[in-house]
Design a binder for this molecule. Structure first.
Ligand code: ADP
Length: 449
């Protein structure tokens, strides 16, 4: 069996550091690529080699495929880990890696392609008996077809980009006029953001919970799920706080969702780590929405409750090792919560803040994990997303995890830029949050009203 001896990390920031850590523990050499805007990042020193691939803008660095492949060839790596974002779900990139004989640490080109098309992914889910949100059969070609779908499923509806992601480009419509206007605007947006104007439509579920299942699958057909993450606390359809287990989710619903996720993974002949996302309504019915064919930002909460290092598993699987364990071997312990620490001002509509972090004093103590590449004096480049780290806690139950998170948020000192920490301090005191009464409208309802 081949074992990787050197891996290139095609990403930046906290996830580049996360992958570096996993490689070090596996005794794998690392090559990290960086843009000139990241040249002073501390994690670069931890890599065996660091290669500058261009200026700050992503198109000229972290999204520049020829430069990344050249870096990989010069350094003679056997595999590339794409992290999340950038090229992580780019089938074309995975294909180029394959044609250059470099292992792409992620699923196959075919799986990325078929699941990246969200309309096709819905069809695949339905074909194996997994419930989807009611909506269009495939792509909706024009406004008239959109009106036809809405007539059939009833308002409100949500218009989504077939190749969309990152919570962007979705529009909710409550009547015919807003549907037609929203459809035309969404098409233009999708064309610009995702290079495809294709749209589909779903029933807009009122204040659902977002619950997703982590899966791992090897190249020999063995698939397990690692339980769920509740990612209902969002702003603008983007996650801020995630936890596992999902509060109050009955064991039979969890089990059924896990089995549904595995069915979809098998139907797509999926290998490596992936996440099957669902919405859960008030009656605890669950509906498939999409598959993310990569490691996700919120993967640490699953690591904390299962004790499984997901990045190391991704590397092992990509190198051809079998999983070596089955569903019954996965044990869940305690409760974990993650807060995304974003350099944003929650008081002015989450406006991103770039600038220098003049003081950075991380929290510590029992049950606290911090995944961050930031140190005092760090300059936040204006080119990338606003996440500067993730604070994760894990304790014996949700109540204890919340107490630890409150303490850790209090200890955490970040000066020089605004962050989401003050908002989180309020959330972790909120009556409904403490009782697990959460849904995707929670932050809007109680904190942005
Ligand atoms: P993306 O890939 O852009 O993140 P998703 O399909 O994963 O898009 O949806 C992101 C979020 O948008 C969900 O977590 C949920 O809050 C909201 N959302 C998506 N589809 C629906 C729907 N049919 N009804 C209600 N909310 C939805």
């Amino acid at each position: 069996m081949k074992r990787f001896s050197r891996i290139l990390i095609a990403n930046r920031g906290e996830v580049a550091l996360r992958i570096l850590r996993a490689c070090k523990e596996l005794d794998i050499e690392t090559v990290v690529v960086y843009s000139s805007a990241d040249k002073d990042s501390n994690y670069l020193r931890l890599a065996d080699q660091a290669i500058c691939i261009g200026p700050g803008p992503s198109l000229q660095s972290y999204l520049d495929i020829p430069k990344i492949i050249s870096a990989a060839e010069i350094t003679d790596v056997e595999a590339i880990h794409p992290g999340y974002g950038f090229l992580a779900e780019n089938a074309h990139f995975a294909e180029i890696c394959r044609s250059c004989n470099i292992e792409f640490i992620g699923p196959s080109v075919e799986a990325i392609r078929s699941l990246g098309d969200k309309a096709k992914a819905r069809e695949m889910a339905r074909s194996v008996g997994v419930p989807c949100v009611p909506g269009s059969d495939g792509v909706v070609k024009d406004e008239n077809s959109a009106l036809e779908v809405a007539r059939h499923i009833g308002y409100p509806v949500i218009i989504k980009a077939v190749w969309g992601g990152g919570g962007r480009g979705m529009r909710v419509a409550h009547n015919n006029i807003s549907l037609v206007n929203g459809f035309l605007a969404a098409r233009t947006e999708a064309e610009t953001a995702f290079k495809s104007p294709e749209l589909y439509i779903e029933k807009y579920i009122d204040k659902p919970r977002h619950v997703e299942i982590q899966i791992l699958a090897d190249n020999y057909g063995d698939t397990v799920h690692l339980g769920e993450r509740d990612c209902s606390l969002q702003r603008r359809h983007q996650k801020l706080i995630e936890e596992s287990p999902a509060p109050g989710l009955p064991a039979e619903v969890r089990g059924a969702m896990g089995e549904a996720a595995k069915k979809i993974a098998r139907a797509a002949q999926y290998a490596n780590a992936g996440t099957v996302e669902f919405l859960v309504d008030r009656e605890l019915n669950f509906y498939f929405i999409e598959v993310n064919t990569r490691i996700q930002v919120e993967h640490p909460v699953t690591e904390m409750v299962t004790g499984i290092d997901l990045i190391q598993e991704q590397i092992r699987i990509a190198s051809g090792e079998p999983l070596g364990y089955g569903q019954e071997d996965i044990q869940f312990r305690g409760a974990a919560i993650e807060c995304r620490i974003n350099a944003e001002d929650p008081a002015s509509n989450f406006r991103p803040c770039s600038g220098t972090i003049t003081r950075f004093v991380p929290p510590g103590g029992i049950g606290v994990r911090l995944d961050s590449h930031v140190t005092s004096g760090y300059q936040i480049p204006p080119f990338y997303d606003s996440m500067i780290g993730k604070l994760i806690v894990c304790r014996q139950d949700r109540g204890a995890a919340i107490a630890t998170m409150r303490r850790a948020l209090d200890e955490f000192q970040i000066e020089g830029v605004n962050t989401t920490i003050p908002l989180y301090k309020e959330i972790f005191k909120h009556f409904h949050f403490l009782r697990g009464n959460i849904n995707t409208g929670f932050i809007e309802e109680y904190f942005l009203g």
